[in-house]
Design a protein around this ligand. Sequence first.
Ligand code: HEC
Length: 202
Amino acid sequence: MNSFELNKVLGAILGTCLVLVALNIGANALFATPKLTKPGYVIAVSTGGAEKKPEVKKEVPIAELLQHANVDKGKNIAKQCQACHTLEKGGPNRVGPNLYGIVGDERGKDRGGFNFSAAMKAKGGKWTFDELNKFLTNPRNYIQGTAMTFAGLSRDDQRADVIAYLRTLSDNPVPLPPPPAAPAKPAEAPKAAPAAPAAPAK
Ligand code: HEC
């Protein structure tokens, strides 16, 4: 191959490269992909243990929140839970246990053989409305060492909606708690502090 021929070959290669570069620039201009402003689907997951949130929110009792809860909205919010939980009767356990009939049920027990964390088993007690409310606010804060990495639902209304929906997933839904008793009737308050009857809610 003489040097003239070699030049031709090199020229052809160089030319092809130039065309490719030009095509690439043109294509980028034509089919520019806009940056996603928000990801398609986010599952809030907390990585750390009990992270401190500088929240100084007044706690509204769940009995009161449930008065305005919306089961349909709750059903929608519960889609986040379904990344890890099945909700239907007899549904399988996934990352988390099946949640059918969870309201009023014992904590960390008899969920189709689900292997609960030691922390969950140690906590004991039942999933009352109040307990669910506290847990779902920030699971890893309320039960340190729980295997549920879900970050929690910080909004009162969303928690109430989801709990109201969970309540319906039962053969025998637990009755809704009565509206929080007026300050004059301390005996009626479901889980109110026994002392200081007429204390204004703080
Ligand atoms: C990232 C996965 C994940 C998501 C999302 C998730 N969970 Fe869980 N959940 C778990 C795991 C794992 C456990 C078992 C925790 C343990 O053993 O400490 C659990 C346990 C629970 C329990 C206790 C069950 C029992 O029998 O004691 C409840 C109640 C619960 N989850 C409710 C919810 C709700 C409601 C949502 C949605 C708002 C949700 N979870 C979202 C993984 C998840």
